[in-house]
Design a protein around this ligand. Sequence first.
Ligand SMILES: N[C@@H](CCC(=O)N[C@@H](CS)C(=O)NCC(=O)O)C(=O)O
Length: 206
Amino acid sequence: MPSPLTLYFAPGTCALAVRIALEEAQAPYQLQRVDFRARQQQSARYLALNPKGRVPVLVTEEGIVLTETPALLAYIAQRFASAQLAPTDAVGFARMQEVHSYLASTVHVAHAHRPRASRWADEPEAIVAMQTKVPQNMTECFALIERHYLQGPWVLGEAYSVTDGYLFTMASWLESDDVDIGQFPKVQEHFERMAVRSAVQRALAE
Ligand SMILES: N[C@@H](CCC(=O)N[C@@H](CS)C(=O)NCC(=O)O)C(=O)O
């Protein structure tokens, strides 16, 4: 019997997007919770698995360690291809990667300036200045998503994909970033439709 996939995660993080994808794919997987309060992501044992000290990490059935949310989402979509969680044509797949790259490199980083501002500066005034800017930056990111990326009814159009759980995860951070999701009617409607999907509810359960 092959080992199930193992997802290293912490609640409230981008690992939720991967967990949603695993649930949607009905993949056999087990969870390993990383305790951020105990700084377990910086423990020698965890750093041996992921030297970046971040979640998510996905260990495949063959024992291969994968990191970076866009890579994990593409892997799950291809490994469980029958679940049809990603476009198979070249342009559709590239568009999915485009959205994932934007979420990972721009939206996630804009959000991280609130809880993780000390990554970028040491001076308390600089940290406060960066945190103060988060609502504006997140508003600009979601205005762009609303106008250009959310095709409807799902992010990539008619077909549901791993991208939907990724956008849902980032949209779930808006409230704590002091951004009213109601400014973005398509994002809000998508968020509400996602929240009632059974795979999403299973992924949110502890
Ligand atoms: N580029 C990575 C970012 C991963 C990341 O920053 N994860 C955060 C949680 S959302 C984390 O593990 N933070 C722990 C820390 O900063 O100590 C990805 O997209 O997977």
